[in-house]
Design a binder for this molecule. Structure first.
Ligand code: NI
Length: 150
């Protein structure tokens, strides 16, 4: 595994739309492993591939230590409720702000073996799924957050 460089706000790559993964191969598995290591080293609870300069629809989320969600080509297929909580982003260091997110989401994706998976997330996990999937479309939480003065 390798720790990857996390790009920060101002880097154009964060604003581009990522392409779907067409084949879940060893390169994608290595990317997933490296992204998880990078997320953990940075003490984050989620990371999207464009944050490490890779414009592919790949996300890792770990809101509960030891429980890693690996999402390839994720799509939110259901959402409900509303939460207004504080979030941050490894690509926007030392900042945080309040966002509105669904309280519940259902996500369909492929796992590291290319098999379809469905995950449900509530509260923090729902927030993390939404935040990371937004990254795949070039959206940062600061685009719609009420920022907190630090
Ligand atoms: Ni982020």
């Amino acid at each position: 595994m390798a720790k990857l460089h996390i790009v920060t706000e101002g880097d154009r790559v964060l604003r581009l739309k990522s392409r779907p993964v067409t084949e879940v191969n060893d390169r994608i598995k290595t990317l997933l492993d490296d992204m998880t290591e990078t997320m953990r080293e940075a003490d984050g609870c989620g990371l999207a591939a464009p944050q490490v300069g890779v414009l592919r629809r790949v996300v890792v989320v770990e809101t509960e230590p030891g429980v890693v969600y690996e999402l390839i080509n994720p799509v939110i297929v259901e959402k409900s409720g509303d939460q207004h909580e504080v979030e941050g982003c490894l690509s926007v260091p030392n900042k945080s702000g309040y966002t509105h997110r669904p309280a519940y989401v259902k996500v369909e994706a492929l796992d590291r073996n290319g098999n379809p998976v469905t995950y449900e997330g509530r509260d923090l996990l729902a927030r993390a799924f939404c935040h990371e999937i937004d990254h795949l479309d070039g959206i940062l939480y600061i685009d719609h957050a009420e920022m907190i003065d630090n």
